[in-house]
Design a protein around this ligand. Structure first.
Ligand code: EPU
Length: 431
C-alpha cells in the first residue's frame, strides 16, 4: 500500500497547474454514450476514478483512445442496448450511477449494478429514481442490479421537483431527459459548476438544455446528438485544496488554469481567516504571511461553501487563533477524519453535524490514515503545516481525485515522499 511521508513546516512557493474537474469528467464521460459520433474530451484529469470510468466505458463496448495532452477520444456507437456495466467496477465508484441515466437516455433501458451496494429507495438515490419514474421509466432492483425501462417504449419530458438539490440526481435526470420527447423542467436543481459543464458539453453536441447554473433547468429533448470537441472545466476542489495547503504551510503560490469565479466561496473564507488571494483571469495567487484567524463555516450547495472543502478547512483552522465552528449541512458522516487530525494534536469536538475546532497554532506529525478522498486531502494539508513527519496512509483514496498530488506539491517546495509499505505495517500504525 502507498503512503505519503510529509515533513511539514516548509512554506510553499511557486506555481501549480490545476487539472480538469474530476466530478465534471465523471458526468461527461458517461454522457458520451448519448452521442452519435466521436467525442474529443480535453483536460481530462489523470485520476483513478476517471481511469475506472474509462475502463467501464471500454468494457461495455465504447472505443476509448488517449489523444495526448489530457485529451481522450471516445466513440460510444459500438455500445449495445443490452450491455451490462460490470459489478466489479461499478461497485468501486458511486458516480457509476450516471451510467443509468445515460443508458436510459440512449436505449430506453438500463441495467447497472447498484453502486456501493445501496438498497433501492434509500435516501441517497431516491431523487434519481423519482426523476427516472417521472420521465416514464419503471425502476427496480433485482439481484444487485438497478433495472430501468421506459414503460411505454419512450421517455416523455416532465416537470421534476427535487426534494434536495442533489448534484447526482440533477445530472442523472439531465442524461435521461436529453433525448426524451418534449420538455423536462428540473426544479430545485443543483447549481454546481460540474452540472453546468455537463449541460455545456451536451449542448455542444446539439442538446437543448437551458438554465444550468440556476435552480431551474429546462431540457427539450433532441433526437440526435453529434460528436465534437469539448474541454472540461478546471477542478474547483483541487484548486481549493492547494489554497488550503498554502494557508496551512504559509508561502506564496500561483494556481494556474482555474476559474476564479468558481473559487469565490473558498476565497471568501480564506480571506476571512487572513490569507491573501489575488484573482487574475485564469489564475489566483495565494499568499499567507501571518497567523490565521478563526471563522465559522457552514457547508451548503453551490454557491455556498462546498462540503468537499470542509475537511481541508478544518485542518487550516487548527493552525488559527481562536475557536471556529463548522456545520456540515450537506453530507452525512463527514467528520470521520477528525480522529486522525486529533492524532496530530488537533483539539476538535464533534457533536452530530457540528464540529468545534480550537485553533492551537500548531500540529505535530503522526502516522494517520485517510478514510476517504477529502479526508486524505485534509490530512495532507495538516501535514504540510505540521511540525515533524506525518505518514499519510490510505492515499489511494486521494489518488481517486487528485492528479499527481505529490509531484505538484514537490514542485512548490513541499518535502513529500511516496513510499510503499506492506499492509501489516500500516495496520500496526493505525491500530
Ligand atoms: N440525497 C438524497 N437523495 C438523493 C440524492 C442525494 O437525499 O437521491 C442527499 C444526499 O444524501 C446528500 C445530499 O443530498 O445529503 C447531497 O448529495 P448529492 O446527490 O448532491 O451528492 P452526490 O451527487 O452523491 C456529488 C459529488 C460529491 C460531493 C457532492 C456534494 C460527484 C461524483 N460527487 O455527490 O463529491 O460531495 O456532490 O457537492 O460529483 C468528492 O468529490 O469527494 C465527492 C464526494
Amino acid at each position: 500500500m502507498t503512503q505519503y511521508v510529509i515533513r511539514g513546516g516548509r512554506p510553499l512557493h511557486g506555481e501549480i497547474n490545476i487539472s480538469g474537474a474530476k466530478n465534471a469528467a465523471l458526468a461527461i464521460l458517461p454522457a458520451t454514450l448519448l452521442v452519435d459520433g466521436v467525442c474529443r474530451i480535453e483536460n481530462v484529469p489523470d485520476v483513478t476514478d476517471v481511469t475506472l470510468m474509462l475502463e467501464i466505458l471500454k468494457d461495455i463496448g465504447a472505443t476509448v483512445s488517449p489523444a495526448g495532452g489530457g485529451a481522450i477520444l471516445i466513440d460510444s456507437r459500438g455500445v449495445r442496448a443490452d450491455s451490462v456495466a460490470p459489478y466489479e467496477q461499478v461497485r468501486r465508484m458511486r458516480a457509476s450511477y450516471y451510467l443509468i441515466g445515460a443508458f436510459l437516455g440512449r436505449f430506453l433501458n438500463a441495467q447497472v449494478a447498484m453502486p456501493g451496494g445501496c438498497n433501492l429507495g434509500v435516501r441517497p438515490v431516491d431523487q434519481h429514481i423519482k426523476g427516472f419514474e417521472m420521465l416514464g421509466a419503471d425502476v427496480h432492483v433485482n439481484a444487485g442490479f438497478i433495472h430501468a425501462n421506459a414503460r411505454e417504449g419512450r421517455l416523455v419530458g416532465s416537470p421534476i421537483y427535487l426534494d434536495v438539490a442533489s448534484v447526482g440526481a440533477t445530472i442523472n435526470i439531465i442524461l435521461a431527459a436529453v433525448m426524451a420527447d418534449g420538455l423536462t423542467v428540473i426544479e430545485n436543481a443543483a447549481r454546481e459548476p460540474h452540472v453546468v459543464d455537463l449541460a455545456n458539453f451536451l449542448n455542444s453536441t446539439g442538446a437543448d438544455i437551458k438554465g444550468a447554473g440556476t435552480d431551474i433547468i429546462k431540457i427539450r429533448g433532441r433526437k440526435l446528438l453529434t460528436g465534437g470537441a469539448y474541454t472540461i472545466i478546471p477542478d474547483q476542489i483541487e484548486a481549493g485544496t492547494y489554497m488550503a495547503a498554502v494557508a496551512a504551510a504559509g508561502g506564496e503560490v500561483t494556481l494556474n488554469n482555474v476559474i476564479p469565479k468558481h473559487l469565490e466561496c473558498i476565497t471568501a473564507k480564506l480571506t476571512e481567516i487572513g490569507v491573501e488571494v489575488k484573482e487574475y483571469d485564469e489564475s489566483v495567487l495565494v499568499r499567507r504571511t501571518r497567523r490565521l484567524r478563526k471563522t465559522n463555516i457552514k457547508t451548503l450547495p453551490y454557491p455556498g461553501f462546498p462540503t468537499d472543502m470542509q475537511p481541508q478547512m478544518a485542518a487550516c483552522l487548527s493552525f488559527a487563533e481562536g475557536t471556529s465552528m463548522i456545520t456540515e449541512s450537506v453530507a452525512d458522516n463527514r467528520f470521520r477524519y477528525m480522529d486522525e487530525l486529533k492524532r496530530m494534536g488537533a483539539r476538535i469536538q464533534v457533536d452530530g453535524k457540528l464540529a468545534v475546532v480550537e485553533g492551537i497554532g500548531k500540529l505535530s506529525g503522526a502516522p494517520v490514515q485517510a478514510c476517504d478522498l477529502r479526508a486524505g486531502a485534509a490530512l495532507i494539508v495538516a501535514a504540510l503545516g505540521a511540525e515533524g513527519v506525518t505518514e499519510v496512509g490510505g492515499v489511494y483514496h486521494v489518488e481517486r481525485g487528485y492528479e499527481d498530488v505529490s509531484g505538484k506539491l514537490r514542485g512548490v517546495g513541499a518535502d513529500i515522499r511516496v513510499e510503499e509499505v506492506d499492509d501489516s505495517e500500516m495496520a500496526g500504525q493505525t491500530g
